[in-house]
Design a protein around this ligand. Sequence first.
Ligand SMILES: N[C@@H](CCC(=O)N[C@@H](CS)C(=O)NCC(=O)O)C(=O)O
Length: 211
Amino acid sequence: MMPTFYSFRRCPYAMRARLALLASGVQVELREIVLRDKPQAFLEASPSGTVPCLVLPDHVIDESLDIMIWAFLRSDPQRLHAMPDAGWDLIARCDGPFKHALDRTKYATRYPDQDPDRHRADACRFLSDLDARIDTHLFDRPLLADLAIAPFVRQFAFIDKPWFDAQPWPDLHGWLDRFLSSDAFGLAMMKYPAWVPGDAPTQFPVKDPRS
Ligand SMILES: N[C@@H](CCC(=O)N[C@@H](CS)C(=O)NCC(=O)O)C(=O)O
C-alpha cells in the first residue's frame, strides 16, 4: 500500500515536502485537504492536525522536514540530503526566527501590539545572509536546504513583491526566480480537488507516462 500524504497546496511546509517527494520519486497517495474543514480521517491520523502529514503502515510523520528526510533516505538521485551542518543551521534559522518574523510581517493585524517594521527588519537579516551566500544555490550545488527554504522566501516575497524586488538582493532574486520557474515548482503546485473519502487514489508524483 502506498503511504497516504495529506497536503494543502499553499502551505509552505507541505510545499517543501512535495518538492522532496518529487526529487526522490517516492510515490504516495496525495490527499489535498482544506484547513478550515479538515476531514475526519486526517484528524484521526495526525497528532498535530497540521499539514503535511505522511501516514505509513507503522507510524505517522507530521513534520515537513522529517518527511523530506524520509523521502531522501528512500531515494535521492540528486544527493540532496548529503548536506553540511551549515545547511541544517540555515533551515533552523528559516523555520525559527525567519518564520516568526515572516508571520508577524504578513499577518501584522493579528499582532496589533507588535511593530511590523521590526519584524520585517529581522526577516531582512536572514534574507541578506542568504543573498550573500548564494552564487547559483545556497551551497556549491543544489541541496535539501534550497528546497526546504525556498517556499518560505517565496511567501515573504509575495507579501509585497515590488518592495521585495527593490531590495539589494540580486543573487537571492535570481535564486527565487529560478525556483519559481522550475519544472519542480510547477509540478509541486499542481492543483488537486479536495479529497473526499471514497475518491480514487491520486498518485504523487504523477507517474511519468514514458516509464
Ligand atoms: N512544524 C510543522 C508545521 C506545519 C504547519 O504549521 N502547517 C500549517 C499550514 S501552513 C497547518 O497545518 N496549520 C494548521 C491549521 O491551519 O489548522 C511542519 O514542519 O510540518
